[in-house]
Structure formats: C-alpha cells, structure tokens
Design a protein around this ligand. Sequence first.
Ligand code: PMP
Length: 428
Amino acid sequence: MNYLKSEQLHSEALEHIVGGVNSPSRSFKAVGGGSPVAMERGKGAYFWDVDGNQYIDYLAAYGPIITGHAHPHITKAIVHAAENGVLYGTPTKHEVTFAKMLKEAMPAMEKVRFTNSGTEAVMTTIRVARAYTGRDKIIKFAGCYHGHSDLVLVAAGSGPATLGTPDSAGVTKKIASEVITVPFNDIEPFKEALDKWGDEIAGVLVEPIVGNFGIVEPLPGFLEEVNRLTHDAGALVIYDEVITAFRFMYGGAQDLLNVKPDLTAMGKIIGGGLPIGAYGGRVDIMETIAPLGPAYQAGTMAGNPASIQAGIACLEVLKQKGVYEELDRLGALLEKGILKSAADHNVTITINRLKGALTIYFSDQVIQNYDQAEATDGEIFAKFFKLMLEQGINLAPSKYEAWFLTTAHTEKDILQTLEAVDHAFGKL
Ligand code: PMP
C-alpha cells in the first residue's frame, strides 16, 4: 500500500497541530512511529484513506461507532438536526426523550445530566461524590483510563498503601495525593486502602468491564465486594461506563453483570458518533448538582440537539432484536479463527473477548490486571499492527486497545480479516 498523501498530510499537520494529532492515541508512537493514516471517508465497516486505500475498520473511533460509519438512520437524524439548528442553549424535547431512554436502559440512573465528553462526565461524578459525602479522596484501579481531567491522570505509587503520583506534567502532587490506585481484580489491596483511608474516601471509580488495558472482565464476586466494602466505608461507587454502556448489551455492564453503582458516567456510543457524555445516579446524590444543589457543572454545548438526536437514533438501532447476539456470533468467529492461525504459526497469544470486542495479547499469560497487560509483548504487537494495516485492516495503534466489531461487519469481513491475520502471523 502507498501512504504518500497520509505522510504528506502528517508532515504538514506537525507544523500546525501539536504532535500532528488531536488526541495522542492517534499517533503511531506506540507502534514504532511513522505517519498515522489519515482517513477520508467511512461507510459501514469500511474506511478509505486519503491515498484511496480501503480498510476494514475495527477501531470504530475507539468505541463510539458501534453501528458502523454513516449509518443511514443516524445520518438522517444528524441531517434533520442540522436543518433545524444545531445549538439552541435552551431545553429541548429531544433531551428529555433521550434521558428517559438512558434511564430505561440503566435504572440505577434515576436522574441524568448530559455533558460533551466522557472526560467531563467522569470528572463531574467525582465532584458530585465529593459534594455528597463531604470527603476528598477517591480510589481508582491501575490501568483504567477515565479521561484527562487532573484527578484521574494519576498512577499508582509503589504499593497499595501509598498515595498516587501525577501521571502527567501539570497535575499537582497535591491533587495526586487525593487519589489511591489499587490493582483491578484483587480485593486485598483494595481492602487495605479502605482500612487506611476509608473515612476520607468520597468515591471508588471503576470500569466495571475494563476497556483500557484491553478487554478485561471482573473476576466473579469482585465488583460485588467492591460495592459492599465501598458502601461500608460510607463512600459512593462510580461506574465509568464510557466504553461499556450499550457495548455488550443494551443495559451496559451493570445490567450484564447485575451490579448497581451509585453514579454512572457514559459517553462514546450514546452520541452516535457526535461528541457527548452523560452521568446519572441516585436522586438524592444527583440533587447536589446546580441548580438544585451546591455542586456546579455546566456546558454551552451540553445536550446539544445534534448529539442528542444522533444518540437517540443510535440507541434505536441497538434496541433492535438480535443486535448483540450477532456481534457475539461474529466476535466468536473472529476469536476462533485468530486462535487457530496462532496455533498453526506457533504464535503465542491470549485473547480476551466479550461479545463484539476483543484484545489480542502477545503473551501466554491470563490477563486480569494492568501489570499483566503491561508485560505483554509490545514489539510483536507493533509488527502485527503494521502487517494488518498493509493488508487493509485498521486496528488501534496500541497493544492496550480493543478491536470493536460493529453492526455493519459481516461474516465476509471476518473471513477476509482472518486471512490477513493468518498472513501476518506467518510473518511474525
Ligand atoms: N472513560 C473511559 C473508560 C474511556 O475509555 C474514555 C475514553 N477513551 C474516557 C473516560 C474519556 O472519554 P472522552 O475521550 O470522551 O473524554
């Protein structure tokens, strides 16, 4: 494949946009460098780049595009919104309809508020938890990403009994000292942290099914214990469902796993591809938010008619019968084929898959936490990534990301992808 125009565009972008990208994960830094491919058009499961190369897309824009690119029902809703004015700065009937849809999908969200991104949604749930409990600290799990607000850009210290250190320049040590990071899927360090700081903890922030060091499911009983211990400590449980809401089933991870948080943050899929975030939870907690209560959160673009109508249309597609069953069927086909090729070519991999989302780790270990994901082979991943790209398969340029199937992928796409995987494994 020839990437001449992508390369030219990247050189030009480097002169004007910092790092040439508007989100660091789009750069090819994690896969050995090079110019990221610039896409020009997407339709269904396919992408075309500026050089005219065609790809099957498994990036799905890091999750939101679960119905494929330019889905006609969603496109129609966006056009309708555009024709009627994209931003009013007043209440609209659509946002009420959409809030009702989200509540119906996740009844733990008794009241809802819309934001413009997952970052804002998570950031506000933390503020609300602090306002409600009158406490300052939060606990999060290592390797989970919760957006780029200060408080969640903090990594673990040297052990569970230490406070965090900033993971980004510009995040103060004081802020980091309000965050405790413990390993996912390991209840003992979590208990230790609560023993030490329990009465200072406002909330525990968790991706109920991890999407940010690959797809990692909670071990049986883990989330239930987190819930129980958090509540015993008088703190709130916050689920970050920015990736998982409407991903594996309509009711999100909380429905799939039958666990209920006090607060939920979401984003990605619920905007049908347009910018959005939302958070919600128990009425008494949500009533701490302005204009009812003392915790402030606002947004000029929040609940804008375009994002809301695209979101409604997206959920209408996902609500149809058999959507998640088909994602699961194709996901299983993909997983089985990849494992077979790996065995045929003696390539050591572990696959974590849940329905239409999977991660290939170049490792012979079971991957249940961040340390294990980190220890997997990034160099082989980088080679694999480039071999797939050259064959027209677009994956995320990071060993920590998932492949996302969409309702637009067909069995034919999966079989073509498996041929590419087989060829790539043969060359590793
Ligand atoms: N939470 C999770 C679990 C995420 O995966 C992300 C984004 N990848 C965010 C929050 C932040 O969302 P956004 O990029 O929309 O700000």
